[in-house]
Design a protein around this ligand. Structure first.
Ligand code: UFG
Length: 336
């Protein structure tokens, strides 16, 4: 079969790279609910083995071509989903080699293994960081792409490679550019477990539960209504559902494309703290900090394209619901 030929059989088996991480593990769970067989490949550098609730698990790294060859030889995949990347913007500035190596070069290993083994459909975790400093809001797919850090570049370089791999080899892909993934599984089966944690909502909730003493607000002098940064928080299961729709789109012979993925609602750091106070009933002590380097004042998605073309609709767009699910997860972790 040539790459890009219409798929005649239903979607049966998917390789999820990075399926033990925050977003990947929710995806693996959702694929299980949809009746799809899954193989998770994860090096457990930041993921958790016990977060993989469905399918087969392979401990390995996409840097290792022998591992890739073995996994692709042992299974016939209809598609590959790739969640395994480093995500800390500040660290990418300090150590760009780490980001270019893993996020870009190792991704090429994965794509080349797909070529060798004739797997022609790919879903890629991209990021709002490819746009750089916003030139207008909300950010649609046509917004200029000028990353301001190696993390954003490493993702944009993969997007470029994917466009070229389609032209030359017929590999079909969907890039999903996440804004701020947040929340947890509504039944607390899964949630966010980064170490170290750098993301706003889990840090606020750790301050609420007593796991940390306070939350520091990184700057109150931005040009926003309350002076704090505005972000677009999207529930982790809404994010996973978008991936499921993207898989079906490729399965139905969809062409290579990219979508911005957020709710389209901007919430300031201050309003997230207030939501957390409402949801938890806790005081949540706040410290005032300096601006964090590289933080744009406002990052909000225009997600009209994915709604229009894939029929995606968020089920949990409300900020209090996102925070409530994250809080249940935080409490369940404290109890366990
Ligand atoms: N913030 C604080 N205090 C904290 C942590 C965060 O005030 O202790 C603020 C940040 O300055 C920012 C907002 O909360 O304004 C959200 O910060 P996050 O770190 O939660 O998320 P980012 O918007 O910085 O990062 C998101 C993803 C990253 C990705 C980045 C690139 O979570 O993985 O977008 O677009 F790299």
């Amino acid at each position: 079969m040539q790459w890009g030929e219409p798929m005649t059989t239903p979607l049966k088996t998917v390789l999820v790279v990075g399926g033990a991480g925050y977003i990947g593990s929710h995806m693996v769970w959702l694929l299980g609910q949809k009746g799809v067989d899954v193989v998770t490949l994860d090096n457990l550098s930041s993921g958790h083995r016990d977060a993989v609730l469905h399918g087969k698990f392979v401990h390995g790294d996409i840097a290792d071509r022998l591992v890739l060859d073995k996994v692709f030889s042992e299974h016939k995949f209809d598609a590959v989903m790739h969640f395994a990347s480093f995500i800390q913007v500040g660290e990418s500035v300090q150590d760009p080699a780490k980001y270019y190596q893993n996020n870009f070069t190792n991704t090429l290993n994965l794509l080349n293994a797909m070529r060798t083994h004739n797997v022609g459909r790919f879903i890629f975790s991209s990021t709002a960081a490819i746009f750089g400093e916003p030139e207008y809001s909300s950010i649609d797919e046509a917004h200029p792409k000028r990353p301001i850090n190696p993390y954003g570049w490493s993702k944009l370089m993969v997007e470029q490679a994917l466009a070229d791999y389609d032209r030359a080899y017929g590999l079909k892909s969907v890039c999903l550019r996440y804004f701020n993934a947040a929340g947890a599984h509504p039944d607390s089966l899964l949630g966010e477990r980064h170490d170290p944690e750098t993301h706003l909502i889990p840090l606020i909730l750790q301050a609420a539960s007593g796991h940390r003493q306070n939350i520091t607000v990184f700057g109150r002098d931005y040009k926003t209504p309350d002076g704090t940064c505005i972000r677009d928080y999207i529930h982790i299961l809404d994010l996973a559902e978008a991936h499921w729709l993207a898989l079906q789109y490729l399965q139905a012979d969809g062409q290579t494309t990219a979508f911005n993925l957020g709710n389209g609602n901007g919430y300031s750091v201050e309003s997230v703290i207030q939501a957390a106070r409402r949801v938890t009933g806790k005081a949540i002590p706040v410290l005032e900090g300096q601006r964090r380097e590289g933080d744009p004042a406002q990052l909000v998605a225009n997600a009209d394209e994915i709604k229009l073309r894939l029929g995606w609709q968020p089920a949990y767009a409300d900020l209090d619901t996102i925070v409530a699910h994250a809080w249940q997860w935080e409490c369940s972790r404290k109890a366990s």
